[in-house]
Design a protein around this ligand. Sequence first.
Ligand code: SAH
Length: 488
Amino acid sequence: MTYKKNDIVHIKISDISAEGTGIGKVDGYALFVKDALIGDEAEVRITKVKKSYGYARIERLIKKSCFRVKERCTIARQCGGCQIQALSYDEQLRFKRNKVRSDLIRLGGFDEEYIDRIMEPIIGMDAPWRYRNKAQFPIGTDKEGNPVAGFYAGRTHNIICNTECYLGTEENKSILDIILLHMKKYNISAYDENTGKGLIRHVLIRKGFNTGEIMVCIVINGRDNESEYIRGQKELLNEISRVPGVKSISVNINTEKTNVILKDEVINLYGSTVIHEVIGGIDFAISVLSFFQVNPVQMEKLYDTAIEYAGLTGKETVWDLYCGIGSISLFMARNAKAVYGVEVIPQAIRDAYDNAKRNHFENVKFFVGKAEEILPEFYNSRADDEMKTPDVMVVDPPRKGCDQNCLDIILKMRPNRIVYVSCDPATLARDLKILISGGYELKRVRPCDMFPHTVHVETVVLLSREKVDGYISIDLDVELFESKEGRA
Ligand code: SAH
C-alpha cells in the first residue's frame, strides 16, 4: 500500500528516533511521529512521504502510552533539550538499553543471543534531575523590550524565556535573575543576532558538585565603556558574588557574528580563574574554556566501569585516546604503571598536565594531536618502546567515532584489552565490527545514562584479543625449551 500526504492512519508507536521522535509502522512503512511516545496508539496525519519512510503528526491520541508521565518542565516540548521527558524514567532506561542492543546487532553484526548474554544492565541515575554542572543561557529581548534568558526553541534561534531548567543547578536561576535585573536597571541591551548590536550575549554558569564552587562568565559583544566591561560592573559583581558558592566571575569577549558561544579572550573580574571539582578523589581545576563532563555523578560511575573493564593491576601500560583533560587517564594512572593520553586540543592537554601535577601523578604523559596521526608516528619511530605494545587502550571519541587510521594502528599495536567509551551506539557498532575482524572479541557491554530525559546514551565496552598471539606463544616456547634444558 502506498501512502500520500494528509492520509490519516492508525499507528502504534514502538520506538524513538535519534532525534526523539516516535516511530511506528503501518504495513511495514515506518512513520516518524512528532511528540509520540513508545506505547502511544494514535490516529496520525501524514505530513511528508519518502520512499521507505514518512513523517506524521498526531491527529487523535487513541490510547495514551502507559509510560507517559507528566512533564516536570512546562516548556519541555518547545525547548527541545529534553526530548523524552514525558517518558517515565524506567522506560527511558529501557529505551536506551535497547538502542545500544539493537545497534550492536543491526549495525555491528553481532549475534542477538550473544549480545543478550554479555550485555550488562544500564547504569541509571538515582535522582535524574539537576545533574548538569554547566549551563549556557542565551540572552535576548522579549516583545516588551525586557531582557530575557532562556533556551533556543528546538533548532531555531528564538529564545524561549526560562531561567528554571530542572537539569541545571538551583543557583542558575538566582544568578540569571540578578543579571537580568541589573540589565533592566542600567538599561543594558541584550545582543541581537540579526543586527549584531547589543551587549550581553550569553551567560555561562558552572558548578563543582562536590566542592560547591560556582563560576559565572558573561559573554559580551565588546566593552561597554572605557572604564567598565558592563555598566554598573562593581554593583553587578557584588550582587553575583553574594550567591553562595560563587568563586569566579569573568567576561568573555565575542564580537563576531557567529553561533560559537565563547571566544578565546576571558577576563577575570572577581575571584579565581578556575573552580575545582573532586571526582573519585581527584581534584580537577575547571576554567571557563576547559572541557569537563557535564554530569559528574554519572561520570564517576562511567569511569569506574571503564577502570573495571581495563583490569588493571598496577603493572600495565595504558594509552588513553581522545583523553580531553585527562580525567580517564588519571583514574587509570592510579592502578597502572604508565598512562599516555592523546588529545587534539592543546588547552585540554595543558589542563591535563595541571591536573596530573596538582594530584601528584608522575606516571602520566600527554600528547597533543590527532590520535590517528600521533600513534602511527610512535609506532614507526620508536623501535622497541613499551609504548608500542600497551596492555590496554582506552578510546573515548566524539560522536563520529574513531578514524579508520586510528582503528588500524590500534590493531597494529595489539593491546590485550581495548576499552571503548562511546557516546553514539551507531558509530560504536561500526567501529567494533572493524576491531572484531581484526582479531578482537567483544567481552562486556554496559550502557550508562549520562543525560536523563534526552535521547543520548553512553556505552562502555570491553574487547580482548581473541587468539593467543605471537608474543605469548614465543614466551611459551622459551619456557618449554628451558624446562627441557633443565631436565636434560
Ligand atoms: N575522555 C575525555 C574526553 C572525551 S570527549 C573525558 O572523558 O573527559 C572526546 C575528546 O576527543 C574531545 O576532547 C575532543 O577534543 C577529542 N578529539 C576529537 N577528535 C580527536 C582526534 N582525532 N584525536 C584526538 N582527540 C580528538
